[in-house]
Ligand binder design. Sequence first.
Ligand SMILES: C[S@@+](CC[C@H](N)C(=O)[O-])C[C@H]1O[C@@H](n2cnc3c(N)ncnc32)[C@H](O)[C@@H]1O
Length: 226
Amino acid sequence: MSVTGGRLAGDGVRSMFDRIAPVYDVMNRVMTGGLDRQIAGSAEAVVRPGDRVLDACCGTGDLAIACARIGGQVTGLDFSEPMLERARRKAPEVEWVRGDVLSLPFDDATFDAATVGFGVRNVEDIDRALRELRRVLRSGGRLGILEITRPRGVLAPFYRVWFDAIIPWLGKVLPGGSAYAYLPASVRRFPGPDELAALIRGAGVEDVHYELFAGGIVALHTGTAA
Ligand SMILES: C[S@@+](CC[C@H](N)C(=O)[O-])C[C@H]1O[C@@H](n2cnc3c(N)ncnc32)[C@H](O)[C@@H]1O
């Protein structure tokens, strides 16, 4: 695995998630303090019954499955086959596709809604990923990006202790946790909520807003394809 200033090259990210897959659901809940509960709310903010929905960077599938529960016709996409295997076991009725969010295997304007949960932080080129997501949305289609972010204000010091000390320690003591060692760096280099909103607008998405959850450490950005 190659790590450059907290950034893993694409193959490094994929092989890391291949290794994490068996423990991902458990580790996610432990390490993010249950933040994945935001997933259901994100699906509700973006998806309407009958929508054709792309959930990119779907991992083990929880956000895609939440979108399907609302009545979306969902395609979950991820480049890690071990993550997809787990998603398939959870919901065989959903379409699961192996692919790269940087080069989506879909025609322009295929989807009414697109979501990404805790995924854009990992991609090598966020701008390109956002442009690809915009490309596959029809005009007026909705985009939702749920992601860990850097909180401001009084919570910032607590957040530093959580991400810079406690998560790396959990990474040492929990089985399979070593693969999470890169998480603090990946959050530190990720754009804050205002910067991410600007990137999303730059990709051709209008009416971009964000909401902060969990004391400001998770942001849901939503917008409409121009
Ligand atoms: C932290 S997991 C999030 C999974 C899931 N969305 C969730 O909320 O639990 C990030 C996922 O993004 C996938 N991923 C990272 N870069 C990707 C890329 N360029 N194309 C497709 N999937 C990617 C990884 O394989 C991994 O499954």
